[in-house]
Design a protein around this ligand. Structure first.
Ligand code: BGP
Length: 489
């Protein structure tokens, strides 16, 4: 790495900030008319009792009934989040103190339409987000709003089995249009769905679908639900642009940059295929059409998508303005002669011997971020936005209220360095929102103890604690990063 390379700065106006999701942050799950959402049904189960089952990603209809009936002694951490609902002013003031230019939030569908089917939105829910947005704007923090982040009214799961049913498109659009009408003068940046590709991994989290209720194969349903979300997303782009000509509306994926396990051509080909499955989502949303490799895949695997005649044109005419993605790790592609399917289930069992992993086993690969940025930009020539990245770790609150999270600073520093290199390579990067700038409930494990924040929240996995906020060492570090526009790391 030459000196000249590392000295490159980020563009003026670069959007530094943090990213959150309503269901992991807000709490107040039944306040002011809010309905129950799919994420309110994710219990915390200690690792030793899980038996390999992951409740966040895998809830069946029997469990759902049990959780809804309340006859259970398990704890549901996402119902309480970290009480941002009541503490948003304090939290936003701390984000402002770090100099945030942007905050990614999502809006809980169930605060606005408790069951998803009401004709009239819940005013108290809309008023809450008005207050949050006003507070952000008061501090000159630009909101970036994810319309749907891993949750939906549980009623829609019960009645329609979520996105398996095409009627979800209109229900989603009613929700999206309500947000556009209400917040059009306050929000410029929007994302239609969080990590859309993860529906292949979890039908429940990504699609509100109960696997034991589906009729066809899991893959068939996953791709049919994906198609419904593509149409819904494109229609949201269409009406969003009509209502807000200056809005920027993006798609989002969990980017899994994939390396070949070896130089063996079969491994390289397998890697290409896995990469294509990952890029299927921006392929449709940014280019506006189903790629031929997916059409071949559907044909060879007996997947038949039901499309309405107008769907292709809707998708073609309403592509996104930017591609947002989360980046946590890289994967390995390895050819397996016993498996001739290309499942696209995003599971890499092969370990990369060159990388360290986090406490939760996620490979740490800063250089992979530079590769991901370059590859995406080479392919789409469209502005990119890193809307999630960060280190989930166990933190220790010292007696004096300090938290020495040098490991987090090190992780982020190394990733931002590579981001800076990618910008110097010519990548058009709009911004960087670090995941969970304040500790929130983990998406995948519903733990509190998997912390990403610059701000520590006093709460444990069982929900005990004062909820008091403390500044970690990374707080001042990130402040300086933003102040220097990424020059001082
Ligand atoms: C992404 C999700 C987030 C999130 C993050 C970290 O996949 O979009 O909601 O929480 O991953 O994952 P976790 O919280 O499981 O560590």
């Amino acid at each position: 790495m030459t000196k000249q390379e590392t000295k490159q700065a980020f563009p003026a106006g670069f959007l530094w900030g943090g990213a959150t999701a309503a269901n992991q942050l807000e709490g107040a799950f039944d306040a002011d008319g809010k309905g129950l959402s799919t994420s309110d049904m994710a219990p915390f189960v200690p690792k030793e009792l899980r038996n390999g089952k992951d409740f966040t990603f895998d809830v069946n209809s029997v469990e759902l009934e049990e959780f809804l009936g309340g006859n259970t002694d398990v704890y549901f951490p996402k119902r309480n989040g970290v009480d941002f609902y009541h503490r948003y002013k304090e939290d936003i003031a701390m984000f402002a103190e770090m100099g945030f230019k942007v905050l990614r939030i999502s809006m809980a569908w169930t605060r606005i339409f408790p069951t998803g089917e009401e004709e009239v939105p819940n005013e108290a829910g809309l008023a809450f987000y008005d207050n949050v947005l006003d507070e952000l704007l008061k501090h000159n923090i630009e909101p970036l709003v994810t319309i749907s982040h891993y949750e939906m009214p549980v009623h829609l799961t019960q009645k329609y089995n979520g996105w398996e049913d095409r009627r979800l498109i209109d229900l989603y659009l009613k929700f999206a249009n309500t947000l556009f009408d209400r917040y059009k003068d306050k929000v410029k940046y929007w994302i239609t769905f969080n990590e859309m590709n993860m529906i292949l991994t979890s039908l429940y989290t990504g699609g509100g679908i109960l696997e034991d209720k589906i009729k066809g194969s899991k893959e068939q349903v996953a791709y049919q639900a994906t198609h419904h979300q593509f149409v819904a997303s494109a229609l949201a782009v269409k009406s969003g642009k009509e209502k807000m000509p200056n809005a920027q509306i993006g798609c989002m994926i969990c980017r899994l940059e994939t390396y070949a396990a070896s130089s063996k051509p079969e491994d390289v080909l397998q890697t290409l295929k896995e990469d294509q499955m990952n890029l299927f989502y921006p392929e449709v949303q940014a280019r506006g059409e189903y790629p031929s490799y997916m059409n071949r895949y559907f044909e060879e695997n007996g997947i038949e998508l039901v499309k309405e005649p107008e769907d292709d044109a809707i998708i073609k005419d309403n592509t996104v303005d930017f591609i947002a993605f989360s980046y946590y790790m890289t994967y390995i592609g390895k050819y397996d002669p016993n498996d001739n399917s290309n499942s696209g289930m995003l599971v890499s069992q092969v370990k990369n011997p060159h990388l360290e992993v986090t406490e939760w086993g996620w490979p740490i690969d800063p250089i992979g971020l530079r590769v991901a940025l370059n590859r995406l930009y080479d392919r789409y020539r469209m502005p990119l936005f890193i809307v999630e990245n960060g280190l989930g770790a166990t933190d220790k609150l010292e007696e004096d209220g300090s938290i020495h999270d040098t490991y987090r600073i090190d992780y982020l520093r190394r990733h931002i360095e590579q981001m800076r290199e990618a910008v110097a390579d010519g990548v058009d990067l709009m911004g960087f929102t670090s995941w969970g700038p304040i500790d929130i409930i983990s998406c995948s494990t519903s733990e509190m103890g998997k912390r990403y924040g610059f701000i520590y929240v006093d709460q444990d996995n069982a929900g005990n604690g004062t909820l008091q906020r403390y500044r970690k060492d990374s707080f001042d570090w990130y402040k300086q990063v933003i102040e220097s526009n990424g020059q001082i790391l």
